[in-house]
Ligand binder design. Structure first.
Ligand code: 26W
Length: 816
């Protein structure tokens, strides 16, 4: 029967039901009377994938016929999360499938929970890539993601005795219903070996990279539906497969076991995502991952470019390649290698093509996060690429020497090779030199990029640096995550906001209407109750839905200053115990976030949060007035549950250190009020929502800079503020850790004895004062609600649709 899977009409419930039951029988192999929830989930996912597939093929055909310029987004990370709910809403079949499931006695929301999430990323950078894929598809742009098909994505976090314990997350255990494995899309990726020079007939030198150890890259395709379901784009992820010749070598020697061993070895390449998002550790496997996916992606891109019908000089008109941080920046020497060695394109032509094709997004100024690879490792793994990098560097430095004669310091500073501390390849320098545009991810971040770490490059390439403030997709972060608010907005201004988020501005006038404020408050209150019930169910902790929900959810990092938040919590606790409760609002302070497994300070902060939570939780004198909750295993699904319930959004990083932040945008659009520093996109949030509708505190980046130049005196802050001194003394004398008094000594030492690199003490006083204002405002619930509504109304600019449009216009030259 040909119509087993066919859906005649996606709005026709009975046709959907037939498709679902057929899938259950023929694809899952289960009798409907003896199925488990997971079976239904897989059957449903296959039906939805079917609905995506035809649209996906149509989209590809359309791009082909239009001969449209392609955009390729190369990223080591795509933090996608679950796909079911998002796909259903994007293709407009959510309610229909809800009915179908009810018909067979199932709840769609519950079923959706059985989906494993694709956590192929660490945090901001990976989630940004996922939001941009959604916007590319929604804007009907031919934009494709390339990344790695990790067997193990981000680890899952459990909390045992207050400590973080990492567990591997085998997300592919039951298979991934969304992906199409493509065993026929297979490329060879070379490693090691050596380079030989063979003079040509015309006397020109040619280089060949030989005797390499090879790994195969196999494609997995994941459909990316745009909103409205018209366009479906593609995310192609590469998995490592052993190459055959490699096996054969040992098989011929009769060494079967050795052959299988080597096979597993090379397939380890795509085994696991590196869980460190701030300290670069020059590990060989990581560099191999980077080159592996870059090499496969470029082969694929060039194959689709169809060189047999085109000239390479057309490449920049046909293709734009965006490098998500420096992680894929080995693509620059790789394209050069292909053009030079495999197609005999002359150097100058090859270089012009390369620079016009690539652009690079920088996501961090923190020196410890900037990628550098030892020349020795590079030479061992990628000898030809190192040669090419040397040649790129030589030509660049010669040019710089000519333009800025006599400035030897400049040559050393901008060189791709760092000659100090053992020779190293600075990937950011390579990425800047090899791209026509370099962008920062918020206005302040771009300004600091141009004036601090890359100021020499900004002088050499004045037009190369641009700012594109990050964005978030309103489909997942408002329409899907916050159904209550989405409904209220649509009832008020119509449904157009989902693809034109600036329309939220129409809500501004509603902020003055008491009836709308009441409805808005009712939505927030229901969201808080829902979160409270989840926390009760999963963590067995009772929180008061009427208390102020004060939330900091993000990776655990010293620069994000979860410790500053905690110092406020302790101070509040001390004030309450001192009987100063009269003008304090009951609060629930919620934390969530993972620490990199080797980041001891960050892990100790998690333990401190949990120890403080325990002491406060047991103290009946503050019951009902203060509660601290650490939500374990913060991920995309947890974020979607928490964002709608946030009232106070904690964005308190050391000014100048958070490149942008994107959680700040998610909370604002969900009707939270930000308490934050003048850092990253907080500055632009203040501009958009108005300074009366945000709580700003702390030193600016410039002020901190000045303070440090004059000598930062941590002890002065300690002795000058009794409440700060008390809070720190309580931590250091074991008030929260009676079983181990000096447990938190390393944290206190970093503040007092090691110079407080993140200026926590310097910002404490203004943070506390600002938190007092938060309480005052919260007591006036009408005014609070008004400001919260204005936050929603003025957050439209933070849509990733706006950000992607800016990339298209200013970097890719694919205007919409
Ligand atoms: C090489 C190890 C490594 C891995 C990942 C170093 C650094 C990273 C990322 C750059 C970390 C990251 O996710 N950065 C965040 O990117 C977001 C999207 O632009 C910004 O909003 C955040 O401010 C930035 O911290």
């Amino acid at each position: 029967p040909e119509d087993i899977y066919e859906i005649t009409n996606p709005k026709d419930i009975s046709s959907l039901k037939r498709a679902l039951v057929n899938r259950l029988i023929y694809s899952i192999g289960k009798d409907p009377v003896e199925t488990q929830e997971r079976d239904w989930f897989f059957a449903l996912a296959y039906v939805v994938r079917d609905l995506l597939t035809l649209r996906w093929m149509e989209s590809m055909r359309r791009y082909y016929l239009q001969d449209a310029k392609r955009v390729y987004y190369l990223s080591m990370e795509f933090l996608i999360g679950r796909a079911l709910g998002n796909s259903l809403l994007n293709i407009g079949c959510y309610d229909e499938f809800k009915l179908v499931l009810e018909d067979v006695g199932l709840d769609l929301e519950e079923l959706a929970e059985t989906e494993e999430e694709a956590a192929l990323g660490n945090g901001g950078l990976g989630r940004l890539a996922a939001c941009y894929l959604d916007s590319l598809a929604t804007l009907r742009l031919p934009g494709f993601g390339y990344g790695i098909h990790y067997d193990y994505g981000m680890f899952s976090q459990r909390i045992e005795d207050g400590y973080q314990i990492e567990h591997p997350e085998n997300w592919l255990r039951y298979g991934n219903p969304w992906e199409f494995p493509r065993p026929d899309v297979l490329y060879r990726v070379q490693f090691r070996g050596h380079v030989v020079e063979c003079p040509n007939a015309d006397g020109k030198r040619r280089y060949r990279w030989i005797d390499t150890e090879d790994v195969m890259a196999m494609a997995y395709d994941i459909p990316v539906p745009g909103y409205g379901g018209e366009t479906v784009n593609n995310l192609r992820l590469w998995a490592a497969k052993a190459s055959r010749d490699f096996e054969l070598k040992y098989f011929n020697e009769g060494n079967y076991i050795k052959a299988v061993e080597e096979k597993t070895q090379s397939e380890n390449l795509s085994k696991v995502l590196y869980p460190d998002d701030t300290t670069q550790m020059g590990r060989e496997l990581r560099l191999k991952q980077e080159y592996f996916f870059v090499s496969a992606s470029l082969q694929d891109i060039l194959k689709k470019f169809r060189i047999d019908q085109r000239d390479f000089s057309d490449l920049p008109q046909e293709v734009a390649i965006q490098l998500n941080d420096t992680h894929p920046s080995v693509a620059i020497p790789e394209l050069m290698r292909i053009l030079l060695d495999e197609h005999q394109v002359p150097w100058d032509d090859a270089w012009a093509i390369t620079v016009r094709t690539f652009s690079y997004t920088n996501h961090t100024l923190l020196p410890e996060a900037l990628e550098v690879w030892s020349v020795r490792l590079f030479e061992e793994l990628l000898p030809r690429h190192l040669q090419i990098i040397y040649e790129i560097n030589h030509r660049f430095l010669t040019e710089v020497g000519e333009r800025f004669p006599g400035d030897m310091g400049l040559i050393q500073r901008v060189s791709i090779i760092d000659e100090e501390r053992g020779k190293r390849v600075r990937m950011a320098h390579l990425a800047i030199i090899g791209s026509h545009k370099v962008n920062g991810v918020a206005a302040l971040h771009t300004r600091l990029m141009r004036t601090t770490i890359f100021r020499d490059f900004a002088r050499i390439f004045p037009d190369r640096f641009v700012s594109i403030t990050n964005g978030i997709t309103p489909r997942r972060w408002l329409n899907q995550a916050n159904r209550g608010l989405a409904k209220l907005i649509t009832e008020t201004i119509g449904p157009g906001w989902v693809t034109d988020l600036e329309r939220l501005r129409q809500l501004a006038a509603m902020a003055d209407e008491a009836e709308f404020r009441a409805r808005f408050r009712a939505v927030k209150s229901a969201n808080k109750q829902h979160l409270a019930s989840l926390i009760a169910k999963r963590l067995n902790i009772g929180i008061d839905p009427a208390s102020l929900f004060d939330v900091q959810i993000k990776r655990m990092h010293e620069y994000k200053r979860q410790l500053l938040n905690l110092l406020h919590v302790i101070t509040r606790y001390n004030r309450l115990r001192a009987g100063l409760s009269q003008d304090m609002v009951p609060r629930t302070v919620i934390f969530g976030g993972k620490a990199a497994p080797g980041y001891h300070a960050a892990k100790l902060v998690i333990k401190l949060i949990n120890d403080v939570s325990k002491v406060i939780g047991r103290d009946s004198t503050v019951a009902g007035l203060l509660k601290v909750v650490f939500v374990p295993d913060y991920n995309v699904s947890r974020a979607m549950e928490i964002m709608p319930a946030v009232e106070l959004s904690e964005q308190i990083s050391t000014a100048g250190m958070e490149a942008s932040g994107t959680g700040n945008m998610k909370m604002a659009v969900n009707g939270a009020i930000t308490i934050g520093t003048l850092d990253g996109a907080n500055i632009e949030i203040r501009e958009k929502v108005g300074e009366k509708n945000i709580f700003i505190f702390g030193h600016t980046a410039e002020q901190l800079d000045e303070m440090r130049r004059g000598g930062y005196d941590a002890w002065r802050f300690y002795y000058d503020n009794e409440e700060l001194k008390l809070a720190l003394d309580m931590i250091s004398t074991g008030y929260f850790s009676p079983d181990e008094q000096d447990r938190f000594k390393p944290l206190i030492d970093s503040l007092l004895r090691e110079g407080d690199r993140f200026a926590i003490l310097a910002d404490y006083e203004s943070y506390i004062a600002c938190q007092e204002e938060v309480d005052r405002l919260y007591l006036d619930s009408e005014t609070w609600t008004r400001k919260a509504i204005l936050n929603v109304a003025h957050s439209g600019w933070f849509s990733s649709d706006r950000a992607v449009r800016e990339y298209a216009e200013r970097i890719w030259n694919t205007p919409i």
